[in-house]
Design a protein around this ligand. Structure first.
Ligand code: NAD
Length: 490
């Protein structure tokens, strides 16, 4: 576990020498003291990235040359998969098999963008046919510049890869600021990139607290673009900082995603996808389907099965075999989720199962929680809880289900299940969300766009849309006719 920051291709102690504790959420033990970067470290990192962009080889390499190094990063991640997954469990609490999957997905993301970098060489400039034949124009894509990436704690290395891989593929240089709750694997990424041959200054990694390291990165005038994933209030601060000098931004924020289940659905499949949709990663998933709407004919049977199955889920330390739900990632999140359950009860909801997990004398464990009778104007129905808490309510008509689904300030994801394909497609078209799943919830594809409508964010990550985040579009037009222009000199 590293005690230094990765700046300009070297490991360096933070300027002020500070550190912050890293706590294993299953045991509440402090397992490490991570380096606390501050404004001076951010400044050094941004200047290194600026130099690497303005003078270094990275933006000037061919896509194939960049792709080779990005593929080596992917291979470096996979070579250390088991070790990185263990760090992720100690840091974040998630079950080890899920962490193994996250690390493989992170490597897959680097591989995917290595492929897109290689394709960029073949694509070349796009020639335009102009109405005015005296001119010819072409469009080229260029790396955007220096990117500042700020990420959350729910998928530490995977969220880093969603930003670092496309930024590198595009030819950008960058500063990554991981969450102070989960700094361990992002720091390792620095060494992996270094060993893969990434030139100095292209990727800089500064761990530290949000106000001390994140805010100076957002404010830095030498940064061209901010890529942020996290909560809506912090997203608003990032937007305000970007507005001061018109930085480009992409924001991936929260959600309160609906899952509409019609009565013709297979009961077993419905229960399985509801459970996965909200309890995977302890419900700390931006796209978690936390509002489940069930057609009244199926509601009583489904609720009974759901509660029975939720009670059976094995809770424990993520390193123990058989654990399906680990602790929440931090004491703060633990207290926030328990307070949200108490508030739901105070505001009229019924807690069908769940709450604080029994049988643990330490660790931040919350049992899978099912809420019913949740008032539509209550916080539990309207606000993101970011924990293993699902609201379930009946509906009577398709129109009602769509209206209730869309009645939210968020629009990240939504899901619908029905045996009637035409109905499922109709509802999918009517749902106001950036990602809609039919007959499932949560599968995520590196090739497909990810991001939200409304207050769930701005822009899309992943796929070719993720690459576009880090590219500028340039028009080069030339006069091809010998005719005099004749405006001034007649
Ligand atoms: P957060 O907003 O508290 O923190 C996110 C990051 O911002 C952290 O690195 C933090 O240090 C930094 N930060 C905090 N204050 C800052 C400031 N003033 N200036 C700059 N940076 C600052 O969010 P979180 O609790 O880490 O993550 C949970 C949230 O993230 C949830 O709302 C969740 O929905 C969202 N999320 C969204 C997606 C998505 O793809 N849409 C994915 C994962 C998480």
């Amino acid at each position: 576990m590293r005690t230094e920051l990765y700046i300009d291709g070297r490991w360096a102690a933070p300027a002020l020498g500070g550190s912050f504790p890293v706590v294993n959420p299953a045991t509440e033990e402090v397992v490490h003291h991570a380096p606390a970067g501050t404004a001076a470290d951010i400044d050094a990192a941004v200047r290194a990235a600026r130099r690497a962009f303005d003078e270094g080889p990275w933006p000037r390499m061919t896509g194939a040359e960049r792709g080779r190094i990005i593929r080596a990063i992917a291979a470096g991640i996979m070579a250390r998969q088991a070790e990185l997954a263990r760090l992720e469990v100690i840091d974040n609490g998630k079950p080890l098999p899920e962490a193994m999957g996250d690390i493989a997905d992170a490597a897959g993301c680097f591989d995917f963008y290595a492929g897109l970098a290689e394709e960029m060489d073949a694509q070349g400039p796009e020639a335009l046919t102009l109405a005015d034949a005296r001119f010819a124009a072409r469009v080229v894509k260029e790396p955007l510049g220096v990117a500042g990436a700020i990420i959350p704690w729910n998928y530490p290395l995977l969220m880093a890869s969603w930003k670092v891989a496309p930024a590198l593929a595009a030819g950008c240089t960058m500063v990554l600021k991981p969450s102070e709750l989960t700094p361990l694997t992002a720091l390792e990424l620095g060494q992996i990139a270094h060993d893969a041959g990434l030139p100095p200054g292209v990727l800089n990694i500064v761990t530290g607290l949000g106000p001390d390291a994140g805010q100076p990165l957002a404010d830095h005038t030498l940064v061209d673009k901010l890529a942020f994933t996290g909560s809506v209030p912090t997203g608003a601060k990032i937007m305000a900082a970007a507005a001061r000098d018109i930085k480009k931004i992409s924001l991936e924020l929260g959600g309160k995603s609906p899952f509409v289940i019609f009565a013709d659905s297979d009961l077993e499949k419905a229960v399985e996808w509801i459970l996965f949709g909200i309890f995977w990663n302890q419900g700390q998933v931006c796209s978690a389907t936390s509002r489940v709407l069930v057609e009244r004919g199926l509601y009583p049977r489904l609720l009974e099965r759901l509660v029975a199955e939720a009670r059976k889920i094995t809770i424990g330390d993520g390193l123990e075999q058989g654990t399906l739900i680990g602790p929440l990632a931090s004491e703060g999140q633990f207290r926030k989720v328990l307070a949200a359950i108490d508030r739901a009860r105070d505001q009229g909801a019924t807690v069908a199962c769940g709450g604080r997990a029994e049988g643990f004398d330490r660790g931040y464990f919350v049992a899978p929680t099912v809420l019913t009778d949740v008032p539509l104007d209550s916080d539990a129905w309207r606000e993101e809880i970011f924990g293993p808490v699902v609201c379930v309510r009946p509906f009577d008509t398709e129109e009602e289900a769509v209206r209730l689904s869309n009645d939210s300030r968020f629009g990240l994801a939504a899901a619908v299940m029905s045996a009637d394909d035409a109905r499922a497609e109709r509802v999918a078209a009517a749902l106001r969300a950036g990602i809609v799943w039919i007959n499932c919830s949560q599968p995520t594809f590196t090739e497909a766009p990810w991001g939200g409508m409304k207050q769930s964010g701005i822009g899309r990550e992943l796929g070719r849309w993720g690459l576009e985040n880090y590219l500028e579009t340039k028009q080069i037009a030339r006069m091809v006719s010998d005719e005099p222009w004749g405006w001034y000199l007649k």
